[in-house]
Design a protein around this ligand. Structure first.
Ligand code: NAX
Length: 331
């Protein structure tokens, strides 16, 4: 039998946490043969609710779940973890300045970076979900210098999956037959959902999405804004932000990272830019990646047309501004 993997979920008493921890305990994230020990962290005001989640995990009698740590102590939470899913953060409240929200999250990610660096298992893989996700991941990287930058990522897989979903609905094909969309840039409304390399499986082989949709005006406008604004549309409908889709996408992100992407398929991940596609190095930016042996690699050599270039640059520009704002909160 395999040794259990320790998975940390921060913000575990929140909405996404409540959807995510049972998925992890059922093997959705790491596989049906991989035992797990869940580490759940939240802040003292949520301690009682967190304990309630722990009670439900016990009550669900998940065969793969070999232990649960529920704590408000960041050191205990990080001890020995192999995977860290950072969902906890400070939400933007009405009337708050962007800088005030940034400053709260910079403080949180700075201190959690230090705890992960000191107490997590060597080679721990980190996924930041909490917003501003790309910049929180960047701060985490800066303050955990001994964790390889290859091990610090942020979630844009939900946006990627939303793009697959929109194409599937439009063409009335199973979502599993659509692949290789790309989310470029920030997990924000400046993200660029790109279908120029996406394909759909047909009886006659893989066909380009552009050819099958046959409506460039829709693909270049409404499709893009629908994906960019999908989070807001969910809030409007549910009066709560996306949780089950965010949790499911976080599992997809980690599963593909650890177990690998299928041959010929890429996914979108927010990763530390090395300057690929002329995206400034030193930003956490969403790229198309393939994963093998627990490592991601940015897909190289895709043609970028003028329309796409502008969109890649605009979202990079926003991330550079966020980075500057985050740094101004440090001094
Ligand atoms: P909730 O407010 O329901 O839960 C957040 C939890 O984090 C709360 O229980 C809170 O007590 C806890 N928390 C706050 N500070 C903490 C700290 N310092 N350490 C540990 N826990 C702490 O929010 P939820 O709907 O679960 O969303 C969580 C985060 O995900 C938000 O930042 C949200 O913006 C972000 N999202 C990111 C997405 C992505 O694709 N990257 C999509 C979904 C979601 O909007």
């Amino acid at each position: 039998a395999k040794e259990p993997v320790r998975v940390l979920v921060t913000g575990a008493a929140g909405q996404i946490g409540y959807a995510l921890v049972p998925m992890i305990a059922r093997g959705v994230m790491l596989g049906a043969d991989q035992p797990v020990i869940l580490h759940m962290l939240d802040i003292p005001p949520a301690a009682e609710a967190l304990n309630g989640v722990k009670m439900e995990l016990v009550d669900a009698a998940f065969p793969l779940l070999k232990g649960v740590v529920a704590t408000t102590d960041v050191v205990e939470a990080c001890a020995g973890v192999n995977i860290a899913v950072m969902v906890g953060g400070f939400p933007r409240k009405e009337g708050m300045e962007r800088k005030d929200v940034m400053s709260k999250n910079v403080a949180i990610y700075k201190s959690q970076a230090s705890a992960l660096e000191k107490y997590a298992a060597a080679n721990c893989k980190v996924l930041v979900v909490a917003n501003p996700a790309n910049t929180n991941a960047l701060i985490l990287k800066e303050f955990a210098p001994s964790i390889s930058e290859k091990n610090i990522t942020c979630l844009t897989r939900l946006d990627h999956n939303r793009a697959l979903g929109q194409i599937s609905e439009r063409l009335n094909v199973p979502v599993s037959d659509v692949k290789n969309v790309i989310i470029w840039g920030n997990h924000s409304s400046t993200q660029y959902p790109d279908v120029n390399h996406a394909t759909v499986k047909t009886l006659a082989g893989d066909k380009p999405v552009r050819e099958l949709v046959n409506d460039d005006a829709w693909l270049d406008a409404e499709f893009i804004t629908t994906v960019q604004q999908r989070g807001a549309a969910i809030i409007k409908a549910r009066k709560l932000s996306s949780a089950l889709s965010a949790a499911s996408s976080a599992c997809d992100h980690i599963r593909d990272w650890v177990l690998g992407t299928p041959e010929g398929t890429w996914v979108s991940m927010g990763v530390y830019s090395d300057g690929s596609y002329n995206v400034p190095a030193g930003l956490v930016y969403s790229f198309p990646v393939t994963c093998c042996n627990g490592e991601w690699t940015i897909v190289q050599g895709l043609a970028i047309n003028e329309f796409s270039r502008k969109k890649l640059d605009a979202t990079a520009e926003e991330l550079s501004e966020e980075k500057a704002l985050a740094y101004s909160c440090l001094s």
